[in-house]
Design a protein around this ligand. Structure first.
Ligand SMILES: *Cc1c(COP(=O)(O)O)cnc(C)c1O
Ligand code: SF4
Length: 335
């Protein structure tokens, strides 16, 4: 057992590192050696979804490159403000499926999705939950009552712990959720959806690994990586540590205009995922969220890319290209 003292030190250190993230575009651009006046359409206004970028993620952005595929995912631009009636604040109609004022989303057949926190280590401009009403803090009470509800839901066999990003929570909070959920005989799998091991690999501490190791037979971790440049040696190391706990690792991506909408990037992504022990799972077509229209692509581009990947890769390295259709209890394939 790791003593609580050691745990506290760890806790402090990852949280301290996370606090050093970039929270303003001028600091980030200064670090990237990009002059503000060179960025056309930079959104300098305060937003309800402000810039947030970890130092680790920023270090993988090419200096001076305004077209960098990682930079595009995080830099707020004025195009986000352009109104488009086809893009809404709740594109997957999640807010409406929340039962009571609780945090358990019951949309997918046999699976319950727990919004365990509203916070993330990074703010992705295309995020479909960018308008989600997170303002009310998700406290232990809400988590407890979601777990109580799960106890009665014998039709649910998998708990998906999502957010925000669940790995923003302390190990003790994760432990509580894992301990309770795994004690229910009807829960066969517990899945984390997280971008943290990618954008903030420092979070993969010995304490975290110990927390998840006891539950590893039930666990699946779905990472979120869109571009091969997001994977560096630190990420590889974090993934290796997680894999050493015998935990299944899958990846989901979002198809984004100007980021990964080309066959070369997608091929390299699949190869690199495999190298670090992750299998591609989903390639999401963008959810039509207000503020992200400029990332969207015609359906035909998604179909073309999927066909091409199928020609060039073994099936296990080809993500399923899917879309989320509001009201549907599962994903819909784009072909
Ligand atoms: C689709 C989706 C799920 C459920 O995923 P499945 O793998 O189809 O069970 C959970 N969370 C998010 C954010 C999703 O988009
Ligand atoms: S980490 Fe995930 S939930 Fe958080 S902003 Fe990015 S896409 Fe959205």
């Amino acid at each position: 057992m790791i003593t609580s003292k050691v745990d506290n030190v760890e806790l402090k250190s990852w949280k301290t590192i996370l606090k050093q993230s970039y929270l303003s575009w001028d600091d980030l651009l200064k670090y990237l050696k990009i002059r503000t006046e060179d960025v056309s359409g930079l959104n300098i206004l305060e937003s309800s979804f402000p810039l947030r970028v970890t130092k680790q993620y920023a270090s993988r952005i090419e200096k001076g490159n305004l077209e960098d595929p990682l930079l595009k995912q995080v830099l707020p631009i004025t195009l986000e403000e352009r109104f488009n009636p086809l893009y809404s604040i709740d594109p997957v109609q999640e807010i409406g499926t929340k039962q009571q004022p609780n945090i358990l989303i019951n949309k997918y057949q046999g699976r319950a999705l727990m919004v365990a926190t509203g916070s993330c280590a990074i703010h992705c401009r295309y995020c479909f939950r960018r308008h989600y009403p997170y303002s009310e803090k998700i406290g232990e009470k809400k988590i407890s009552s979601a777990l109580d509800e799960l106890a009665t839901r014998k039709d649910i066999n998998e708990l998906i712990i999502s957010g925000g990003d669940p790995l923003i929570l302390d190990d003790s909070k994760l432990e509580k959720i894992l301990e309770v959920a795994s004690s229910y005989s009807h829960i066969k799998r517990i899945r984390f959806h997280t971008r943290v091991p990618v954008v903030f690999p420092e979070r993969v501490t010995p304490g975290f690994l110990q927390t998840i190791s006891s539950y590893s037979p039930l666990l699946v971790i779905v990472t979120h990586i869109n571009h091969p440049n997001e994977i560096d040696t630190n990420v590889a190391q974090a993934m290796n540590l997680i894999r050493n706990q015998k935990i299944v690792l899958l990846n989901q991506s979002v198809l984004l205009r100007g980021v990964n909408d080309n066959i070369d990037a997608l091929l390299r992504l699949s190869h690199k995922l495999f190298e670090v022990g992750i299998l591609p799972y989903y390639m999401h077509v963008l959810d039509k969220v207000a503020g992200a229209a400029h990332f969207d692509l015609p359906r035909s581009t998604a179909q073309l890319l999927q066909t091409k990947l199928q020609e060039l890769l073994p099936a296990y390295l080809v993500p399923r290209f899917v879309e989320e259709i509001p009201g549907q209890p599962s994903k819909t394939s784009v072909i």
